[in-house]
Design a protein around this ligand. Sequence first.
Ligand code: HEM
Length: 151
Amino acid sequence: MMQSILKRVAILGMTVMLISYGSAPVLSQDKSLYERLGGYDAIAASVDDFFGRLAGDKLNGKFLATLSDERKKIARQLTVDYICEKSGGPCFYLGRNMKESHQGMGISKADWDASIVQLDATLDKFKVEGQTRTDFVAMVTGLEGDIVDKK
Ligand code: HEM
């Protein structure tokens, strides 16, 4: 009898533990960068905004100006997929790596710095702040060595 009560208490305890673990509130630092950025639609909207700014940028506009509209759409979609995958989202990036896709374009350090100014404007617009902004900017600035090929 005693054994059966103990067994029931143990099962009840384990059930309570499992339920409370399963529904424990997720701490913000447990969330992927993808989630903190607001998910797919927020990333896609930010990329659209950034491409628009890059196209209108005094230094960087020339890199997009020679692409066909179709090629621009492909580059835009690949950039969304890239950010989605690298930030921990449910996407598969099927494009080329950053070095292969940008080398030979002649992107200089000055072009790069100007693109980061445009990126900052996009992040301001979408109110990406605090640790999320720091993490995202670190992800992008880590690509400088692959994208810049002219000092
Ligand atoms: C100064 C900054 C940048 C410039 C001027 C630039 C320019 C370009 C251009 C012109 C293309 C089209 C290439 C083509 O279709 O042949 C392209 C492709 C691409 N860019 Fe950038 N880019 C810059 C930074 C970045 C950054 C920071 C990322 C990632 C967050 C990125 C991700 C991509 C991707 C994923 C593609 C498509 C790759 C592929 O075709 O396989 N770019 N970029």
